[in-house]
Design a protein around this ligand. Structure first.
Ligand SMILES: NC(=O)c1ccc[n+]([C@@H]2O[C@H](COP(=O)([O-])OP(=O)(O)OC[C@H]3O[C@@H](n4cnc5c(N)ncnc54)[C@H](OP(=O)(O)O)[C@@H]3O)[C@@H](O)[C@H]2O)c1
Length: 279
């Protein structure tokens, strides 16, 4: 188990049920409350951003994690904790292309806590691993990637009719592929509806990227955002695409989206912010 100092809680207005965290996780994170289960899935997002709002140095360019957060073990610990609670983790195809060897399971980002993650999933009566859901319009995915071939996590690809044709052009894909729309893009409702139908509701975590989370914000489907604020100033000069939290959607000034601060935790100069949007 990693030797991590506890996060310092600076503010906590969370409510709901206390998550029965195993000691190893509770000692670092402290108290964690999640709203009571409802008829619909509870949808949370998890991102890290620089002080100047950059979430990726060069969008789409494969690079190891940590470019924004820096060598910060608490960010990975929180990411692992959220993954360990999730029934499904949804990401856009751009995020998979940027990390083509990744699998969305807790111990990939926070291996030191793997026993505690497994224990937490048992206590929460969750399947051993969260369903990994990839959203793609084009269907242009490398089906030889470990996510699709490894069999380590259950995988569902949600796509369009034409995306499905692309994915099936070389035969039967190794994972479940479902065409959920004839349109060019998938709505957040369609994504959540398909997840509910295939594996039930529960806690749905999205780790983005900026286009996918933009769709969730646009449809009012994001309940909460866990946002790590890294004390880095990344800069922008227009030569590369350095997206912020949302890409492809415009909210302000016509329809700004305002969050409500739920909690603030601190490790060194990193802040761990939690905002509610539908609470
Ligand atoms: N700092 C952070 O916390 C953080 C978190 C997540 C991601 N990132 C970074 O963000 C970058 C990816 O950014 P991105 O803008 O490419 O975001 P993305 O949302 O991951 O991927 C965009 C792609 O996903 C598919 N997609 C997303 N929403 C869709 C929708 N509603 N309907 C149909 N398809 C949809 C499309 O795939 P097709 O092109 O296949 O149609 C689209 O081109 C990566 O470099 C990643 O590392 C950073």
């Amino acid at each position: 188990m990693p030797d991590l100092d506890p996060l310092e809680t600076l503010f906590d207005a969370s409510n709901g049920d206390e998550v029965p965290l195993p000691a190893a996780l509770a000692e670092v994170y402290g108290s964690l409350r999640i709203p009571r289960p409802r008829a619909r899935p509870h949808v949370i997002g998890n991102f890290v951003t620089s002080l100047d709002g950059v979430v990726e140095l060069d969008a789409g360019v494969p690079r190891g994690g940590g470019a924004i957060a820096g060598p910060q073990p608490h960010d990975r610990m929180v990411m692992g904790l959220l993954r360990a609670m999730a029934d499904a983790i949804v990401v856009g195809a751009g995020t998979l292309r940027a990390t083509p060897r990744h699998l969305w399971r807790a111990d990939r980002v926070s291996p030191g806590f793997s026993e505690a993650h497994a224990e937490l999933r048992k206590r929460l009566h969750k399947a051993p691993e969260p369903l990994n859901v990839i959203v793609t319009s084009s269907g242009l995915l490398d089906l030889d990637a470990p996510l699709f071939r490894g069999g380590e996590v259950p995988v569902l690809v949600l796509t369009t009719l034409s995306g499905e044709q692309t994915l099936r052009r070389h035969g039967e894909p190794p994972v479940q592929v479902v065409a959920v729309t004839e349109a060019k893009r998938l709505s957040a409702d369609t994504v959540l509806g398909a997840i509910e139908q295939i594996q039930g509701g529960g806690l749905v975590l999205t780790e983005g990227g900026p286009q996918l989370i933009g769709e969730f914000f646009a449809r009012g489907k994001l309940d909460e955002l866990f946002l790590t604020l890294s004390p880095q100033v990344a800069g922008r000069d227009g030569s590369t695409d350095r997206p912020g939290l949302v890409a492809g959607y415009l909210f302000a000034p016509e329809a700004p989206i305002w969050g409500r601060l739920v909690s603030v935790k601190r490790a060194g100069s990193h802040l761990f912010l939690r905002y509610g949007f539908r609470l």
